[in-house]
Design a protein around this ligand. Structure first.
Ligand SMILES: Nc1ncnc2c1ncn2[C@@H]1O[C@H](COP(=O)(O)OP(=O)(O)O)[C@@H](O)[C@H]1O
Ligand SMILES: [Mg+2]
Length: 254
């Protein structure tokens, strides 16, 4: 099966100081429809850099990014937003919601941007779509609520609703459970797993959080800007291979 997203020989050096900071040193990674990949690694290993390049938010120094069979690695940073809007749902670390907009407006903004850019429509349609998305993450009643009045888990669900605005084939999330308690983290991961398994999305999640590893179809480790060699099967505990039957709390992604 063709991957929804593939990166090859990805290198990224941040221009800082004379030598620069090498954050990625030749990374290959695929994301397939229907698969939830967890990307793990110590702080500073390049996880956010890799996810940002996969999400068309950042350009690599060299290497290839293919999305839906299309080479995007060589596009300029100005050309990236259109690709991102069409193909990628990105859940940023720390929610990244606009504090002065309500939950509904936060989701709507992405919808308006999307529809303006791609379809030339706005207004009521974007609003209805936002309502629908909030309903899907179990927050139908929070449309007019501001982020400051939402719990961490609710904010994360708004962030996920926003990422789903363009009905993207690829969903990327940077440490989506880091700020959440264990039970809320399980609910959020359950949603992400359903997107992969029931909606056939390619999902890549950066995490530090060993509590959520049971949701992974595949675990990829990154160290010092390189994908670490696969550990022998015997080192992977059996419970990591079994999907957790966490409570979804009545939240439906369908
Ligand atoms: N904007 C930036 N400018 C300079 N260096 C950066 C920037 N972003 C990240 N880095 C450096 O790149 C390396 C990888 O960072 P990052 O991708 O954020 O890692 P992780 O998400 O795994 O913690 C680190 O050494 C970090 O200090
Ligand atoms: Mg990071």
């Amino acid at each position: 099966m063709q991957p929804a997203i593939a990166v090859r020989a990805l290198e990224k050096t941040y221009a800082e100081g004379a030598a620069g900071v090498p954050a990625l040193r030749g990374v290959d990674l695929d994301g397939h429809p229907g698969e939830l990949v967890m990307l793990m690694g110590p702080s500073g290993s390049g996880k956010t850099t890799l996810l940002s390049i996969m999400g068309c938010i950042l350009s690599p120094t060299s290497g290839h990014v293919q999305i839906a069979g299309q080479e995007v690695g060589k596009l300029s940073e100005k050309q990236l937003p259109a690709i991102r809007l069409e193909h990628i749902g990105f859940v940023f670390q720390g929610f990244n919601l606009f504090p002065t907009l309500t939950a509904g407006e936060n989701v709507e903004l992405e919808n308006v941007e999307l529809m303006l850019d791609l379809k030339g429509v706005r207004g009521e349609k974007a609003k209805n779509r936002s309502r629908d998305l909030l309903e899907r993450v179990g927050l139908a009643d929070k449309y007019t609520t501001f982020p400051s009045d939402l719990s961490g888990g609710q904010k994360q669900r708004v962030a996920i609703a926003r990422a789903l605005a363009g009905d993207p084939q690829i969903i990327l999330a940077d440490e989506p459970t880091a700020a959440l308690d264990s039970q809320t983290g399980q609910i959020v991961m359950e949603m992400m797993a359903r997107l992969a398994h029931e909606r056939d999305r390619a999902v890549v999640i950066v995490t530090h959080d060993s509590r959520v590893l049971s949701f992974a179809d595949r675990i990829v480790r990154i160290e010092d800007g390189l994908i670490a060699k696969k550990r022998p099967e015997s080192e992977v505990s059996p419970e990591l291979l079994v999907h957790s039957a966490a409570q979804a709390g009545g939240i439906l992604i369908a």
